[in-house]
Design a protein around this ligand. Structure first.
Ligand code: PRP
Ligand code: URA
Length: 211
């Protein structure tokens, strides 16, 4: 399948919800709900190329040829913590997907990701994987998470983020050119602390109310 460097999902509903997330006055409850809603909208776009097969079913009136999902099953892998906020929104559309977890935190001094947890479905090599993290800043966390998933044998991997910085996008594309990247916004730059500008602040803290 040919692949675009990055797919920007700029549907009006997505743009509106990203604007609400950016607003410093949006509180934890609303922030968490909007992250989940965005995940659902982005899941719809990121699954656009899933294969289907024609099957025959009985409606109450007649026999009908219909199209149903076929092919490999899905796994969603949120990067802890902030990626957790996207899981329910994804499962709303694909409830049969398995969920793995990768725990990474960024060292505040070096900005390098540090792994502290990895639990993936045992059959991850047979699944198409979608990695979830609202923020693609330096790109270190997403790159390392995808490296871990590839080491377990997964072949088809997508990444869904909400806001990306150019630096993170470039790093992820360079380290994993095979991974289709979906984002809702591409921002200007990173600041000296590795935060996306204008961004939305610390996604994990805003989802879980830890600041
Ligand atoms: C945030 C965010 C990403 C990462 C992005 O997590 O959720 O995982 O930073 O930055 P990067 O692209 O430069 O790696 P953080 O390390 O703050 O951990 P948390 O989600 O547990 O707060
Ligand atoms: N992590 C966040 O949560 N926000 C940023 O802007 C950068 C990394």
């Amino acid at each position: 399948m040919s692949k675009e460097p990055m797919i920007l999902i700029n549907h009006p509903l997505v743009q509106h919800k990203v604007a609400l997330l950016r607003d410093v006055n949006t509180g934890t409850k609303e922030f968490k709900e909007i992250v989940s809603e965005l995940a659902t909208l982005m899941c719809y776009e990121a699954t656009r190329d899933l294969p289907t097969e024609e099957v025959e079913i009985e409606t109450p009136l007649a026999t009908a040829k219909v199209h149903m999902l076929a092919g490999r099953k899905l796994a969603f892998v949120p990067i802890l913590r902030a990626g957790l906020g996207m899981v329910d929104g994804m499962l709303a559309l694909v409830p049969a997907a398995r969920v793995g977890h990768i725990g990474l935190y960024r060292d505040p001094e070096t900005l390098q990701p540090v792994e502290y947890y990895c639990k993936l479905p045992s059959d991850i090599a047979e699944r198409d994987v979608i990695v979830l993290d609202p923020m693609l800043a330096t790109g270190g966390s997403a790159s390392d998470a995808i490296t871990l998933i590839k080491k377990r044998g997964a072949k088809t991997i997508k990444f869904i983020g909400i806001i990306a910085a150019p630096e993170g996008l470039e790093r992820l594309q360079k380290n994993h050119p095979d991974v289709q990247i979906y984002v809702a916004a591409l921002d200007d730059c990173l600041n000296d602390h590795g935060y996306i500008v204008p961004g939305l602040g610390d996604a994990g803290d805003r989802i879980f109310g830890t600041k």
